[in-house]
Design a protein around this ligand. Structure first.
Ligand code: NI
Length: 185
C-alpha cells in the first residue's frame, strides 16, 4: 500500500526515532509499504519518519544504476549491487571514512529542492535485517550517500541541515516559502 509522504515542517521529521524492538507482521508490512511508496515516488531511499512512523527503519534502492558505486563489500566479501537491493534495515550503525566529497541530494519530504551536500565518501554500515541476520556493508558513491541521508532521517536530521553556511542562507528563504505553500494548501 502506498503511504502518504510527510512533508517538511512536520515535527515527526525532527524526532530521534525509537529503535525497533520486535519484528512482527505489521513491521514487515510497513517495510513493504515503504518500498512501494519509495518506488512510486521515484526515490532511492525512504525512512520510516517520512511516512509518519517514529521507528529506526529505512529502505534504499539504487539498483537503477550499477555504476553508482565503485565497490561493494558485504560481510567481508565482494558483492554485486543487485544482491542486496532493495535494501531494508532496522537499527543501523554507521562508521565513516576520512575523505569527504560533494554530491547532489534531494528528499521526498522536501519537494522541489536539491543541493550539493558534503559527506564522507565511504561508509561501513551495520544493517540488521528483518529476518534477524545482519549485513555489514562497505561502499562508496550513491549508496554511501543514501545510507547517510536515510540514517540522518532516523536522527531527525535533514540534508538541508548539512549545507555549507553560505548555501544555508539562500536555502532558508526557499524552505520558508515551502512551509508557507504547505500551510496555505
Ligand atoms: Ni530524505
Amino acid at each position: 500500500m502506498i503511504r502518504e509522504i510527510v512533508q517538511y515542517g512536520d515535527p515527526v521529521l525532527r524526532q530521534r526515532c525509537r529503535p525497533v524492538t520486535e519484528v512482527d507482521a505489521a513491521l514487515v508490512e510497513l517495510a513493504a509499504d515503504m518500498l512501494e511508496t519509495m518506488h512510486d515516488a521515484n526515490g532511492v531511499g525512504l525512512a520510516a519518519p517520512q511516512i509518519g512512523i517514529d521507528l529506526r527503519l529505512a529502505v534504499i534502492d539504487v539498483s537503477h544504476d550499477p555504476e553508482c558505486i565503485s565497490y561493494l563489500i558485504v560481510n567481508g566479501q565482494h558483492a554485486e549491487l543487485g544482491s542486496i537491493m532493495p535494501l531494508i534495515f532496522i537499527n543501523p550503525e554507521l562508521e565513516f571514512g576520512q575523505e569527504k566529497e560533494f554530491g547532489l541530494e534531494g528528499c521526498l519530504s522536501i519537494q522541489g529542492i536539491r543541493s550539493d551536500v558534503r559527506r564522507p565518501a565511504e561508509v561501513r554500515a551495520t544493517l540488521p535485517q528483518l529476518d534477524g541476520s545482519v549485513l555489514v556493508v562497505e561502499t562508496d558513491g550513491l549508496l554511501a550517500r543514501a545510507l547517510q541521508h536515510e540514517i540522518d532521517h532516523l536522527n531527525g536530521v535533514l540534508f538541508v541541515d548539512r549545507l555549507p553556511a553560505a548555501a544555508k542562507v539562500s536555502m532558508k528563504n526557499r524552505l520558508r516559502k515551502l512551509l508557507e505553500n504547505q500551510e496555505s494548501r
